[in-house]
Write a protein that binds this ligand. Structure first.
Ligand SMILES: Nc1ncnc2c1ncn2[C@@H]1O[C@H](COP(=O)(O)OP(=O)(O)OP(=O)(O)O)[C@@H](O)[C@H]1O
Length: 324
């Protein structure tokens, strides 16, 4: 049984597209990344799967429970840890009171260990905590009942680099213990470091699902070469060479075979050669063609016949119900 099955999921807010026809599967024990810029639809997909928003069409399962059935959805949430992108914690309560409330709903077997690990002062009012410390409270709440499935929406926002490392270690430990993870981020490095596969969201659509290793190889190699002769630029304007820059050294991104690269350089006396993996960003950008939506992007017209949507209710559905 897959941990998550998302089938043709569409969610419109009135006329505004959140996500459209999104399908993917997260296998048991897998860490799946949702990558996409602001407004791509990551949060919408996660909250619809969790049952906090009703889908316009399509559906799916979480841990085998039908996400469109409220009773099933609630049952699934007992075994899920959800970290919202914007945890709307009750500011007047102490962190301890908030965690007590969450514990009563789902359990707290790992609470003390996590509070120590993240050096959280539970006695403080949430209103008095820094953004990073509020994020820690939400993290502890998401992990403390040792959930089988974690849905983590922009989990490291507000955490300093040391805590980001600690968080990554925690995710790996939970996965080693058998948990499955869906993690959304617009930070490529975070996704690449933690995830097995990545779903790239663009304008509410899943543009691609790829393993991180495939994404890396798609990026090709970054080549810098210094030669003895004057360079004829036309020699390098060939298939497989991109982002060509000709100066004292010639640099380009090579996406072809090594043999073809060696042929290309064989006409020159090579004085210096440097070939390294191209940054993952380059592979990522091939999904966007330079057309990356801004914070308000993704709002295309709603297609006719896409089903009813109780957008006014959904738009105020709160910040996570009892699954926060
Ligand atoms: N409550 C809402 N009412 C109307 N439109 C919404 C609502 N929530 C999201 N949208 C729109 O749905 C689209 C997808 O937004 P969503 O928040 O899911 O993207 P995201 O990838 O999570 O972005 P971010 O990283 O900024 O949180 C955007 O066009 C957004 O403006």
């Amino acid at each position: 049984m897959p941990a998550i099955e998302c089938r043709d999921l569409s969610k419109y807010y009135g006329d505004v597209r959140g996500v459209e026809d999104v399908s993917f599967t997260v296998e048991e024990g897998e860490v799946f990344g949702f990558l996409g810029p602001n407004g791509a639809g990551k949060t919408t997909a996660i909250r619809t799967l969790l049952g906090f928003l009703s889908p316009t069409s399509g559906g799916g399962t979480l841990l085998g429970h039908d996400v469109t059935d409220p009773v099933e959805s609630r049952r699934a949430r007992e075994r899920i840890g959800y970290l919202p992108s914007d945890p709307g914690l009750d500011r007047d309560r102490t962190a301890a009171a908030f965690l007590d409330h969450q514990a009563a709903l789902r359990g707290e077997s790992s609470r003390d260990g996590l509070v120590d690990r993240f050096d959280l002062d539970e006695s403080r009012r949430i209103a008095d905590l820094s953004r990073g410390n509020r994020q820690k409270v939400a993290l502890v709440a998401a992990f403390m009942h040792d959930p089988d499935l974690l849905l983590l929406d922009e989990p490291t926002s507000g955490l300093d680099p040391l805590l980001q490392e600690e968080f990554a270690a925690l995710v790996r430990e939970r996965v080693d213990d058998g948990a499955s993870v869906l993690l959304s981020s617009h930070v490529l490095g975070e996704v690449a470091a933690l995830c097995d596969r990545v779903g790239v969201l663009r304008d509410g659509h899943l543009a691609a699902v790829e393993s991180v290793s495939d994404l890396r190889s798609r990026g090709g190699k970054q080549v810098r070469v210094r030669v003895a002769e004057d360079v004829d630029r036309d020699d390098f304007e060939v298939r497989g060479a991109m982002n060509l820059r000709v100066g004292e050294t010639v640099s380009f991104t090579w996406t072809g075979e090594y043999d073809a690269l060696i042929d290309l350089l064989s006409g020159y006396t090579v004085l210096d050669l440097d070939v390294v993996d191209a940054p993952l960003e380059e592979a990522f950008m091939t999904f966007y063609d330079g057309d990356v939506p801004g914070p308000s992007g993704g709002g295309g017209p709603r297609p006719t016949g896409s089903g009813g949507s109780d957008a006014s209710r959904d738009a105020t559905a709160g910040s996570g119900g009892d699954a926060r």
